[in-house]
Design a protein around this ligand. Structure first.
Ligand code: HEM
Length: 134
């Protein structure tokens, strides 16, 4: 008999709707970063043209959620903290990043339990990127 305890685990990648929904999530995230005054500080850290930023976050998140390792295939181990070291990231930058991501999640992920799990994971990862003593 299948119960909650022994149900096969379903990845975040499958629950969110796979690559098309992750692409929409990333596009909405960067549109918000590009357009909203609340994210002006972190927008200024990014290149004028966000095409590569969109692609890299998309490739990364597909693997991070349990789908194919698109980022690793192209660039090797993400070493995210090291790759963020050139940018000054404190609590304000972290919170601006999360503001954009949470808003995109609210719009694109109707499953509240999945949304909360993703919010928690994003909070942990974003907090880990901080490199400023405040
Ligand atoms: C905490 C606040 C954060 C800030 C201010 C920030 C900012 C940046 C900036 C300025 C870049 C370089 C420009 C670019 O390549 O797009 C970058 C790259 C990247 N960020 Fe973030 N980021 C943050 C958090 C995160 C989080 C939480 C994730 C993943 C869940 C993430 C994933 C990435 C990836 C995959 C790249 C591309 C790395 C590469 O291959 O060069 N970032 N980020």
């Amino acid at each position: 008999m299948q119960t909650i305890e022994n149900a096969p685990s379903v990845s975040h990648f499958e629950r969110i709707g796979g690559e098309p929904v992750i692409r929409q999530l990333v596009d909405r995230f960067y549109d918000l970063m590009d357009q909203e005054a609340a994210a002006r500080g972190i927008r200024a850290l990014h290149p004028a043209d966000l095409t590569e930023s969109r692609n890299k976050l998309y490739w990364f998140l597909v693997g991070w959620m349990g789908g194919p390792p698109l980022y690793i295939e192209r660039f090797g181990h993400p070493r995210l903290r090291m790759r963020h070291a050139p940018f000054a990231i404190g609590t304000s930058e972290r919170d601006q990043w999360l503001w954009c991501m949470f808003k995109a999640l609210e719009e694109l992920v109707p499953d509240a339990s999945l949304r909360e799990q993703l919010q928690r994971s994003f909070m942990q990862t974003a907090d880990f990127m901080r490199n400023q003593n405040e």
